[in-house]
Design a protein around this ligand. Sequence first.
Ligand SMILES: Cc1cc2nc3c(=O)[nH]c(=O)nc-3n(C[C@H](O)[C@H](O)[C@H](O)COP(=O)(O)OP(=O)(O)OC[C@H]3O[C@@H](n4cnc5c(N)ncnc54)[C@H](O)[C@@H]3O)c2cc1C
Ligand code: SF4
Length: 573
Amino acid sequence: MTFMSSPTTRCWRSRDVLLGVAPRNRDVRRVRCSRMTPRVRAAAPVDGPPQPQSIRHLVLVLGDQLDRNASALDDFDASQDVIWMAEVMEESTHVWSGKPRTAVFLSAMRHFAAAQRALGRRVHYVALDDPDNTQSLSGELARAVQAFAPQRLVMTEAGDWRVQQALVQAAQSLGVELEQRSDRHFYASVDEFRAHAKGRKQLRLEYWYRELRQRHAVLLTADGKPEGGQWNFDAENRGSFGKQGPVDLPAPQRFAPDHITREVLTLVNARLASHPGSLEAFDWPVTPEDAQLALQDFVQHRLPQFGTYQDAMWTSEPWLYHSRLSAAMNLKLLDPRDVVQATERAYREGHVPLAAAEGFIRQILGWREYVRGIYWLEMPGYLSRNALGAREPLPSFYWTGDTEMRCLQQAIGQTLDLGYAHHIQRLMVTGLYALLLGVNPVAVHEWYLAVYVDAVEWVELPNTLGMSQYADGGIMASKPYAATGKYIQRMSNYCASCRFDPATSSGEDACPFTTLYWDFLLRHEPLLARNQRMALQVKNLARLDTAARAAITERATQIRQSGGAPPRALQLL
Ligand SMILES: Cc1cc2nc3c(=O)[nH]c(=O)nc-3n(C[C@H](O)[C@H](O)[C@H](O)COP(=O)(O)OP(=O)(O)OC[C@H]3O[C@@H](n4cnc5c(N)ncnc54)[C@H](O)[C@@H]3O)c2cc1C
Ligand code: SF4
């Protein structure tokens, strides 16, 4: 409690127990005084009611913890607690974060802070362009601890391992207790997943998904059986649009930037000018209210077709029947229970077919919870996995979209323009190409973490390193997602306007996906042959005679030596 203060000096008695410091430093009776340097004074918040100089809880709210019902806020007492939020460059530079991604986070954070202030809560908010900003979470925490002398730091457990480590270490070195509370946003806790994983030789989504559906009574009949007599309607979820393409696509609801978002867009354009991506089309939901509207819009207009077309792709149609809800969920603006319940309700009211409802719920209740479990089970070692020994650099066109390969040009182009690509574009276009080329998984991971508005490491890393690059050797996926250009031809119209031929594996016109697919099988034949699910694909290698193999290897080498894409045809003047 502060017992003496002046405009420049503040004294307080330190807390009873200081955790995380050497026992000799736990002297609880000391009175500590600090001179408030101009820097510290500048950090002291100006909003809210008159404040004591020493507070009870400094409640840390990170950019992906914008849940108004978060456990960290459970016992918030406006008379003695302060919320701490910080915009720091470190979070946009530890990977080369795209402009749309940074803008979504900052805008949602500012809206959250405004909503908390409207509740009469005091928010200590450090803006990116605050001249005193140290630009790191630990630096800002140190400044805030100095300014507020909190008895304790309180937070909901961090989503990412890196951030959790940084904050735990910062609290320890500051000699302040850090209380981490469980994250109620998810259906299952990390410990529940650990219990599920214990003793299993292999983890598979399907079993976890069924367990959660039963535990939470989702899409079950009155006697506890799966609706429709089966757990999974995946086989009905692989439609393509055919030659005529998608007809009467319902455009998703846009969220035009308000004044807070406009300020953020200006700031991001100024401070992150050299970062990838564009903000011209920015229209993401950045508040819980917007997120609810986005959910309703999706359920009403796109969910009925989601199942059929969830794997399909089409030129210049980034959204198709997808929900665009991942960023809102990952920032915790939207509760996954609301999403699952709205979907199930739509099915029970006869608005959507079961295959669509089940297919969508599997993404949220299944995949989303599953990848979080894997992340926390496997970190920190997961980051350095490289089961296929991939060493190639990421081609530079991943940062520009400047490539002749039409599918990559489309998927990367919309990623940079919107911060968005749907799952199959990420898995079977950009991810597949990096896998076949043999790109170092860390470089692939850093790209995915940088460019998508929904990118947070707990969900991005298992999807990238595990599912798409098979770098974890089979923890996430039972086999590598390897395919030729013919898969992309079947699921999209990209190949129709591409200079390459998906049916050809060598020579000038060969589709690089097809070349690199066979090259991938040739390079990894012994390892893949041990995987039963790859048996058929490996067996097909026998169809290639020595000359065909040599031609494929030659073309693949040429691609690698030309920066990861075939040399461009000479342009005639
Ligand atoms: C290489 C790669 C990287 C990815 N990185 C991310 C990421 O950083 N953040 C992220 O949220 N998703 C990631 N995904 C999963 C998925 O691609 C996105 O969740 C989805 O494209 C987001 O768009 P949407 O909201 O329109 O999703 P929809 O297609 O409408 O799907 C509905 C929801 O299901 C959830 N979901 C679907 N698939 C997955 C999955 N594989 N893992 C976890 N949740 C899933 C998402 O919350 C999504 O919003 C990645 C997938 C791949 C292959
Ligand atoms: S031909 Fe190959 S490179 Fe061209 S769009 Fe099709 S899959 Fe992509």
